[in-house]
Design a protein around this ligand. Structure first.
Ligand code: ZN
Length: 96
C-alpha cells in the first residue's frame, strides 16, 4: 500500500503492526530503519512491519524501513513548537 504524508507530502508505504494498527513508513528503506516487512498472508498486499532489534540488524540482509513520523519534517516542526512530550507515535511493539 502506498500513499503520501498529509503533513509533508512525502511518499509513504503503509503496513500494519503486529497489533494490527496501520503504520506509515518512509516509502524507501533507510539505513536507520528498524522494521522489516513481510506479507501478512500469502498473496496479500498488506505487509506486516516487524521490529528488528538493534543487535539483530547487522544479521538482517533485507531492507529496513523507518516509521515516517520519526523523520517527517512536519513532525519535527511540531516537536519544536510543542516540545517532545506532545509527540506520540502511537506505536507499540509486542515482544520487544
Ligand atoms: Zn510527513
Amino acid at each position: 500500500m502506498v500513499g503520501a504524508c498529509r503533513a509533508c507530502d512525502a511518499p509513504l508505504r503503509w503496513a500494519v503492526t503486529i497489533n494490527g494498527n496501520p503504520v506509515a513508513l518512509d516509502a524507501l528503506p533507510s539505513e536507520r530503519g528498524t522494521l522489516r516487512l513481510e506479507p501478512t498472508a500469502p498473496g496479500s498486499e498488506i505487509e506486516l512491519a516487524v521490529y528488528v532489534r538493534e543487535v539483530d540488524r547487522p544479521k538482517h540482509a533485507g531492507a529496513l524501513y523507518r516509521v515516517h513520523r520519526v523523520g517527517c519534517p512536519a513532525a519535527v516542526e511540531q516537536r519544536r513548537a510543542w516540545g517532545p512530550s506532545r509527540i506520540r507515535t502511537g506505536l507499540r511493539y509486542e515482544g520487544d
